[in-house]
Design a protein around this ligand. Sequence first.
Ligand code: APR
Ligand code: PHB
Length: 391
Amino acid sequence: MRTQVAIIGAGPAGLLLGQLLHQAGVANVILERSSADYVLGRIRAGVLEQITVDLMEQCGVGQRMRQEGLAHDGIELLFKGERHRIDFAGLTGGKTVMVYGQTEVTRDLMAARAAAGLTTIYEVGDSVTLHGFDGTAPAVRYRKDGQEQELQCDFIAGCDGYHGASRASVPKGAVREYEKVYPFGWLGLLADVPPVFHELIYANTERGFALCSMRSPTRSRYYVQVPLEEKVENWSDEAFWNELRSRLDPAARDQLVTGPSIEKSIAPLRSFVAEPMRFGRLFLAGDAAHIVPPTGAKGLNLAASDVKYLSDAFIEHYRERSAAGLDHYSDRALRRVWKAERFSWWFTSLMHKFPGEGEIAQKLQEAELDYLVSSRAASTALAENYVGLPL
Ligand code: APR
Ligand code: PHB
């Protein structure tokens, strides 16, 4: 089989790239390790920057997002038992974010790909190997239904996430990795209960961080910071709700509606960047190249901006026979990646309890939060990073 761009991974990055390329007449095939149901089963953050919303619209998959997505023009910061609103729209000249689950983004992109009759080969497991991307005739080999297959292509897009085969296929000396692992995790719970508030609440408390988020007016997503070694089986629903209550202000505590969990899991937090994001005819995008702690809700949005840069570059190559976009892709994407990494690290450092840093750490965080909510300049800095910096 042959195509123009072989995409590894059918997560948001791979699916979005496939759709943008298809719309421009660039042939592509996606190879996915797991089943479509498994991909859809992964619960991930759902805060879309306007750039991501625009790309969904550009792909022609914005209808359900417009109908079911929730436009948010601010968040609440909770510290010292009080809530303070950060007015995104007022501080950024009207910019907002869209709350729409990543599962729904993925579902919409999968449906559009199927409707266009595009080839997505699911359940290839860990059989994918990459070949010849340091030359001019790259290929991807994989096994499907017990048969070894080869996909010849012009380019390979590694959209296969942090644990994927793409970055792992690059000679060790050719890639430089930067990583920071945080000394705690997020215990997340999904439940079909109305959200405690109509906007997200980020809480800094002496017991640790908490986040009140949502998927719809009837489905809520909550998180509490837990020690790194914590196990999800140690947490009954009741224990979770009690811990969350202990980290909320009185008004939110009174408003909280609890119920049985649909999903409960613990996720580690890390900052990670691989440089560069291009190796000959192999280009990395999304989690394959970088990971952010979820505090700033940047993971999906960085995948989207990588894909915007990369799809433009591929389209320019085929339409104008120009390599300019491809040659600038890595530097251009990394400039935006590092700004989002900084913001995600800063917000994580401000809102979480770091073990072994003593009581002064809490006082310093509270002082920074006090300053932040009373300074238009500091609140604007938070707001403009949260809604998304320009491309
Ligand atoms: N072969 C084929 N597919 C693979 C392989 C492989 N060797 N390894 C991983 N994959 C698939 C995974 O099964 C997954 O569906 O690649 C896809 C990668 O998707 P994501 O991990 O979601 O990464 P990305 O598309 O970059 O989206 C980033 O997803 O994980 C969240 O927080 C992250 O919101 C961010 C977003
Ligand atoms: C979520 O809804 O899962 C979510 C929202 C905002 C974040 C992280 C996760 O910063």
